[in-house]
Design a protein around this ligand. Structure first.
Ligand code: NAD
Ligand code: WQD
Length: 348
């Protein structure tokens, strides 16, 4: 079966994608320097799949070191490039570091794919590339014009997409950019979930941490938005659904069935869910209260953003399988597993 290189394989989405790739019979090699992950993730993958994943602890910015992976594995058929720093507030605080990391990693993967004749790349992009969308832009489709990037992080994703588009114009290279909306949840078994090395700020882990008593409460960022219940609306999508879309994408590329050499596809459910609705879904599916207080709006938040997932359905033959209740119940299972593993800290 084809060998796929996963960058950022110890990370949240990378690890769930590795599990699904293994299930489909792919060989996987991973590279991750644990900027935002820990080696234990590979043990969790092995516990679920029985497969030990070879990881190269290499910084994606280091072209010479990275080349070693390609010389060791001349049979790599595609790269799924997750490796990036994803924290929006960190990118605002340290734009230079974000650009240095994300842009160099993306450039290096492109360069080495050319050098070693690897023709297929799936690039992790993000709904943040759309910028501050207006209500009349909703739901967001791939044709929705990109606005000014609101953060260095968002700009690094716009940049990656543009660079790969220009590369596919002139080289024998196929790239699919998948723009994820809000990936949440964990493997339904409860054996794998997000294991970051840095503190998390995203809504769902913050809810589960508050429910588990790891943090006393969390803050709902604003209840005065112009939405049905005053809280912000997002398009939450189960991480395993995201993983499945990557398999569909890489299969399409390997079978030579992509329509062109470059494509962009949104990955969302298409449903807008408010913060209060997400909290209710969590409490209903877990039977546990998540203590919160309502606070002021968070700088940089947009009021509402959700996708129209038609293109993913038509091009990838992909449709999300998991509901918001599944997302919340799997996230809760994982929070309980973290406790069992002695890893239930706010840093995680
Ligand atoms: P993550 O932080 O859990 O995983 C990213 C992994 O990349 C980490 O394990 C990190 O250690 C590794 N990494 C970062 N820089 C590296 C470097 N220079 N060298 C080697 N390894 C490096 O993040 P995630 O949630 O799994 O996100 C995966 C991808 O999807 C990222 O590109 C992210 O920007 C993108 N994305 C994520 C979300 C989300 O909400 N999780 C949404 C849209 C897009
Ligand atoms: C979701 C909603 C908050 C925490 C980010 C990136 C985006 C993409 C996905 C990478 C918002 C509210 C949150 C809390 C809250 N990532 N919230 N209290 O900001 O939609 O998107 O992750 O590409 O680019 O910007 O995700 O999970 O932080 O927030 O009320 O403690 O929950 O205001 O409405 P966000 P999030």
């Amino acid at each position: 079966m084809s060998k796929i290189l996963i960058t950022g394989g110890a990370g949240y989405i990378g690890s769930h994608t590795i599990v699904e790739l293994i299930k489909k019979g792919f060989d996987v090699v991973s590279v991750d320097n644990y900027f935002n992950s820990i080696p234990l993730t590979y043990e969790r993958i092995e516990a679920l799949t029985g497969v030990e994943i070879p990881n190269y602890e290499i910084d994606l910015r280091n072209l010479a070191d990275l080349r070693k992976i390609f010389t060791d594995h001349t049979d790599i058929k595609g790269v799924i490039h997750f490796g990036a720093l994803k924290s929006v507030p960190d990118s605002v605080a340290h734009p230079d570091f974000c650009f240095d990391n994300n842009n160099n990693a993306t450039n290096n993967i492109g360069k080495l794919c050319l050098e070693f004749g690897v023709k297929n790349i799936i690039f992790s992009s993000s709904c943040s590339v759309y910028g501050n969308v207006e209500p009349e832009d909703l739901p967001v489709t791939e044709a929705t014009p990109l606005k000014r990037a609101e953060s260095p992080y968002a700009y690094s994703k716009q940049n990656g997409e543009v660079m790969y588009r220009f590369m596919t114009d002139v080289y024998d290279l196929n790239v699919i950019c998948l723009r994820y909306f809000n990936p949440v949840g964990a493997h339904p078994s409860g054996e794998l979930g997000e294991l970051p090395s840095k503190r998390v700020n995203n809504l769902v882990p913050v809810i589960t941490q508050a429910a588990a008593g790891v943090r006393p409460h969390f803050t709902v960022f604003g209840s005065d938005w112009n939405t049905r219940d005053g809280s912000c609306i997002r398009d939450y999508i189960h991480v395993v659904d995201i993983a499945h879309a990557h398999i569909k994408g890489i299969e399409l590329q390997l079978e030579g069935k992509t329509e062109g050499k470059f494509d962009i596809i949104n990955l969302g459910n298409g449903d807008g869910v408010s913060v209060f609705e997400a909290i209710n879904a969590f409490e209903k599916s877990s039977g546990v209260k998540a203590p919160y207080e309502v606070g002021p709006r968070r700088a940089g938040d947009v009021e509402s953003i959700y996708s129209k997932p038609e293109k993913a359905k038509n091009v990838l033959g992909w449709e999300p399988q998991y509901s918001i209740d599944d997302m919340m119940s799997s996230a809760w299972k994982w929070q309980l597993k973290l406790e069992e593993l002695g890893l239930n800290k706010t840093e995680l």
